[in-house]
Design a protein around this ligand. Structure first.
Ligand code: SF4
Ligand code: SF4
Length: 179
């Protein structure tokens, strides 16, 4: 904070006490390696806490069908306008719903990982996972389509895959603590 008309005492003007005080803080942290919080990422990966908001997935129901009913609540709620949903009618044998997404796309480069889409979804169909470090060589690789988002569901419910990422599987949305 900037303070106008600050009157320095002769001790302040020496600056030595302030330097010693600053050095003491540095040394205190050097001689207490148990308190060291530096994470050697990516060699050492650490799990993410409950409620962490990483990349998205589209959930499937117990019959392996996409849960999304293409209601567009998520795209309406999204403050970044990065979700595109184009609906289509469901197959006749799907008697429990009338619509499903023909196109479901998220522009991850515009996403701010706020979680509003997850909150808005009435079917718990869209969910943010613990995956946070996704790299790509082109902008197109960050336009995640329906297939990619469903593939992310398959990956993130697979314990072996999550172990390779040193991440735990996200519990179902109703069991999560309120943010
Ligand atoms: S996390 Fe936020 S910004 Fe990203 S798609 Fe969902 S609502 Fe949009
Ligand atoms: S993900 Fe949820 S909110 Fe978005 S369109 Fe599908 S059902 Fe609606």
């Amino acid at each position: 904070m900037y303070r106008q008309n600050l009157k320095l005492t002769w001790v302040d003007k020496l600056y030595i006490p302030a330097i010693i005080k600053g050095m003491w803080v540095t040394w205190k942290h050097l001689i207490r390696p148990d308190k060291n919080v530096t994470q050697q990422y990516p060699e050492e990966r650490v799990d993410k806490p409950e409620g962490f908001r990483g990349y998205h997935r589209l959930n499937k129901d117990e019959q392996g069908r996409i849960k999304c009913v293409a209601c567009e609540m998520c795209s309406t709620a999204c403050p970044s306008h990065c979700i595109t949903v184009i609906p289509e009618p469901t197959p006749e044998e799907w008697t429990d719903r009338e619509r499903m997404p023909k196109v479901f796309q998220i522009d991850m480069l515009r996403c701010i990982f706020c979680g509003m889409c997850e909150e808005a979804c009435p079917k718990e169909a869209i969910e943010l996972t613990r995956i946070f470090d996704w790299a790509g060589y082109s902008r197109d690789e960050f336009l995640w389509d329906k297939e990619k988002l469903l593939d992310m569901y398959d990956k993130t419910i697979n314990e072996d895959y999550m172990k390779t990422m040193n991440l735990s599987i996200s519990p179902p949305i109703p069991d999560r603590p309120k943010r």
